[in-house]
Design a protein around this ligand. Sequence first.
Ligand code: SF4
Length: 332
Amino acid sequence: MRIKDVYAVYAVGAGPVVKAVDGVSLSVAEGEVLGIAGESGCGKSTLAAVISLTARPPLYIKGGEIELDGRVIQLSEQTKASPDWHGRMVALLPQRALNSLNPTARIRDFVVDVMQAHNAALPRQEVIARARERLEQLSLPAWALDSYPHQLSGGMRQRVVAAVSTLLDPKVLIADEPTSALDVSSQKQLVTLLKALLERKFISRIIFITHDIPVLSNIADRIAVMYAGKVVEVGETEQIVKAPQHPYTSALIKATLDPEPAVRQQRIEGIPGAPPDLRRPPSGCRFHPRCPLVMEHCTRDEPPVVGTPDRFAACWWVAEHSLDEEVLGGTR
Ligand code: SF4
């Protein structure tokens, strides 16, 4: 899967537009988990809405391209999802599974509704049998299908929604902050389930969106770090976690609590300042008002992208040093 030069804005009336996704290009190989990390408002969930073709006003897609298993989609405000896009090509696992479930309907009714939306001719009993088999294959209790959402714990709800929303074996699962509302042990169970979906080839690749780098350490093969609508660094997970190059990546890692006993005693350092107002983003590097390494030209000129498509950082400081040096230091 490849996305290229994706632009999307929020716009209300005649007011200034918010450039929420500003020229993002990324790729995800078959069998790969790509993590997308960044603070709230960096554009990662907006990017999920664009890729899943679920953008609704005030969010408008302004351009870009998606290529997925040989199918190429040119993006614009008019782009509509084909009937098989949701479910067969892309599945979306939202942050709060409860919000996607009808509290007055049993889980099996939700599954039937979703599956019959894709194929109205599918018999109800066949859908339920397929869902039951999928839950058993993933070592989840089949009785969950007979429950109402409130009868399941938050973690179980999230796992069941992940299992049944991928019944059509989609090419990509976009998991948007799926662990944010879960406790640590439920987070681990969900990560284990997502890995099982991939290993059993029920899905072909995962885009996992979170602000939580320690969670990504457990599941992502590569990580893309977003700041203020742009991708500022990409690398393999170990490269990003142990040898971050971009000052924002380094700050983001230092600002995150890792629950593992060996590291949880470390001090957390907040990132000074606040994310910029994307109606009027800063000139030059958008991180410059918060960056400890800011130089005069950072405030004026867009930073260059240094490296290869698989390992790069967009930063003047990195451009003037070596990408191979562990210049910003590992934090774990
Ligand atoms: S371009 Fe300059 S301001 Fe931006 S992250 Fe790099 S050093 Fe900091």
